[in-house]
Write a protein that binds this ligand. Sequence first.
Ligand code: SD4
Length: 337
Amino acid sequence: MERRKFLEFSSLGLSAITFSSFKSSSPIRKPIVISTWDAGIEANKTAWKILSIGGSALDAVEKGVMVTESSQNCCVGLGANPDRDGFVTLDASIMDHQFNCGSVAFLERIKHPISVARRVMEKTPHVMLVGEGAQQFAVAEGFPLESDKLSNDAKKAYENWLKKSEYNPIINIERTKGNNAFAPPKLETGEWNHDTIGMVAMDANGNLSGSCTTSGMGFKMRGRVGDSPIIGAGLFVDNEVGAATATGQGEDVIRICGSHLVVEFMRQGLNPEMACKKAVERIIKAKGVEKSKQIQVGFIAINKQGDYGGYCIQKGFNFAVCYAEEKNFLVDGKFIL
Ligand code: SD4
């Protein structure tokens, strides 16, 4: 209710009763954290530990995705597939509730790119550091320089890829386990991998933050950078409106400034799911239906009410939602094609 009207009611002695009856029927759902893909369940658990005791959304989204960066069962972090020259190169970004943001791209041999991104945000006057310079900064900040040896899974996948060495970078489209021509299977288990986690959260104070971290596309060209470290593409937070993050074919997310677009759609009044849908439609419109069938892009978003939603190009994308210890569950993303 507007302040002026509230004062009018107050002067009539009606403030307490009348004001509460004018309050929105759905209370704000907070804290809340959501993240891309099924690896998000584990990441959300750690984020929730922070949010549930009154911690900040910023700490939650950093510590949450660090779980995935450390995981051996996921293509995020140093265990991931390398580029076509055999090196793992990582991208990450983070953004808080005051438009502060930091990112790193083409970063090698550092286990937690998300934490380096946070240091870029907090300790430099810059937003983005890349490659050798990002690594130098990380080492100067005390991050250990890890070995450049590939994980066992990545080594096998790379050796397999080298047999043909076809340059046809492909994004994971987890359509149905076992019959996806596009995604490289994890060799030993036959399961599909996700090479990105994006996470957005609102803390008990109602502040929003987001993070996104990835190994990018397996067997990509050396130096290729996707959407994940690009503020506005892979991640965007506006504390007055909402927060969004993306996964999938980064080039197409960059083309439409995807996460920023989702937030702008929410600003226009769309709920998170519809805002994500409109952004996916924008990609399909730009790319055409046939070419869009060859790729996957998924967006997820939350707004200031704690509403959440996601949408993707085609079936197979899911995201993890958590707003209580016993409420941490996967949601299948609705799809267009
Ligand atoms: C990229 N968006 O580098 C990332 C990849 C991704 O699931 O999300 N994979 O383009």
